[in-house]
Design a protein around this ligand. Structure first.
Ligand code: ADP
Length: 471
């Protein structure tokens, strides 16, 4: 089977969060399972672009409304990621340093999608499946169905995977001129609440919709930033498939970013060595339990309640625990995290920014990972932390609920709580500190967590099953 993945992110080319990890891994494991999976994404100015060699695969031209543009499709020469990687270059529009966050993101991603379908019409053969990821590629199912210029693509089934339904790519109807000549009777397939909504359009037009965990699938019918009724209506074509993790990248025995490698057998020693390094670097005491947070500092992740919770936990225990946070996001939240560095020196540190290497060292060296998320479609951090023997402390929502069992339950290996509140979080940290004192229980838990299999090998078949149902 030949599958084309379309995405705004793909690790290690360009990553802002879990979407990048998934699109960097799922195609690789689909190829390993004997299929042909390819990734097509925008060409940003990333380190990966400059560090690798490329061949020009196609040159074409098309238009975004009145703006006519040339595009170039380049392909990575060596297949080093385990799948064919294609980047679409649109001069002046896509070739920038950041993935998102520009005023003309609507134009950038719409032009990317138009260039892709335009390129696809020139292929000599047809792939079996077009697999779109999130709203940045959400207009493709519509265009393949209802744009006159792409009639020859109509028969190819499309699948949409929703990694995050909070972001939908809303565009005013004045931008409908961007979409190449389309059947105006199909306006309803683009529209949701009087705007062009690329995510809603993809849910309507794709043959199948998957979400990245089972619980998230259910939650979307009640909380999906305005799309609740659509999810209710389309539930027949929706499937929840839990994300996997790339065990080759995320393996404490081989991880190139960590100093001391370890496996299940020497986890206590390996973690202690990595923790010592982290504590030395950030001026923390390695004897105390180390809690970490890694992620976007935004409302979805409930990062806003963390500063108060950390302060209270430190004050209540007289500084008996250490905290290290890594992330970036809302200015106010970043500022709060930064403000605490001086008053809580010795027990707290914050790194504001994105640091792939440090994140790996933190999963390896920490005792506990904090994830109080309000919304968590799947969550990869908790799965990485399981693999690295770090106990996850999570709110019971979405994928967190599907992957963590509270230690109070039989064979439980994590800590779960219900409300994204300072009280629930501090209470859970206290439970963690008790666990930290009970070394035998903690050691058992580490071993148990590290042996849980969340590999993609176990999940790839579920996607293949979805594709097969469409062919
Ligand atoms: P998201 O909603 O952000 O996609 P996920 O849990 O699905 O959340 O995935 C987050 C991924 O991004 C993980 O690989 C995590 O380690 C990584 N990550 C998030 N923030 C940072 C950061 N500031 N530095 C390094 N890695 C980060």
């Amino acid at each position: 089977m030949e599958i084309i993945h379309l995405s705004a992110e793909c690790y290690p080319v360009a990553k802002a969060g879990g979407l990048g990890d998934v699109v960097g891994a799922l195609p690789k494991y689909q190829c390993k399972a004997g299929h042909i999976a390819k990734v097509v994404m925008p060409m940003y100015r990333t380190k990966f672009l400059y560090d690798n060699e490329w061949t020009v695969d196609f040159k074409g031209n098309t238009n975004l409304g009145n703006w006519f543009f040339d595009y170039t499709v380049i392909k990575e020469k060596t297949n080093k990621l385990g799948f064919d990687l294609y980047l679409i270059d649109i001069n002046g529009l896509l070739d920038r340093h950041k993935i998102y966050g520009y005023d003309d993101d609507s134009e950038r991603f719409t032009a990317f999608q138009i260039a892709f379908v335009n390129w696809l019409t020139h292929w000599e053969h047809r792939p079996d499946i077009i697999h779109c990821h999130d709203y940045h590629t959400g207009l493709i199912p519509f265009m393949m169905q209802y744009c006159y210029d792409y009639n020859n693509l109509r028969q190819i089934p499309t699948v949409l995977t929703i990694h995050n339904a909070q972001y939908q790519g809303w565009m005013g109807w004045d931008k409908s001129k961007y979409i190449p000549r389309w059947d105006l009777w199909k306006r309803g397939m683009l529209d949701w609440n009087d705007t062009i909504n690329p995510l809603a359009s993809a849910i309507k037009c794709a043959a199948k919709v998957t979400t990245v965990s089972w619980s998230y699938m259910q939650e979307l019918r009640h909380h999906s930033n305005g799309l609740e009724k659509l999810f209710e209506y389309e539930q027949g074509k929706c499937v929840g498939i839990l994300n996997g993790i790339d065990n080759e990248v995320w393996d404490p025995e081989t991880d190139r970013y960590i100093q001391h490698h370890y496996g299940v057998k020497n986890a206590d020693k390996g973690k202690a060595q990595n923790k010592a390094l982290l504590c030395e670097r950030f001026g923390l005491d390695p004897e105390k339990p180390l809690f970490i947070f890694i992620g976007r500092m935004v409302g979805e992740k409930a990062a806003d309640i963390l500063p108060a919770a950390i302060r209270r936990a430190i004050d209540q225990t007289g500084g008996q625990a250490s905290f290290l946070v890594l992330g970036s996001g809302e200015t106010q939240v970043e500022w709060e995290f930064q403000q605490m560095v001086v008053p809580y020196a010795g027990v707290y540190q914050a790194v504001i920014g994105y640091d792939e290497a440090l994140s790996h060292q933190m999963y390896a060296g920490a005792d506990f990972l904090l994830m109080p998320s309000r919304v968590e479609p799947c969550g990869l951090n908790q799965m990485y932390s399981l693999r690295y023997g770090t106990v996850p402390i999570v709110r019971s929502t979405g994928g967190l609920q599907d992957t963590v069992v509270d230690m109070g339950d039989p064979d439980g290996f994590g800590i779960r709580f219900n409300h994204a509140s300072v009280e629930d979080l501090v209470y859970s940290m206290n439970r963690a500190m008790e666990l930290y004192r009970d070394k035998t229980h903690l050691q058992w838990m580490r071993k148990y967590m590290m042996e849980i299999d969340h590999s993609w090998e176990a999940t790839v078949d579920e996607y293949i099953h979805v594709y097969k149902s469409l062919i």
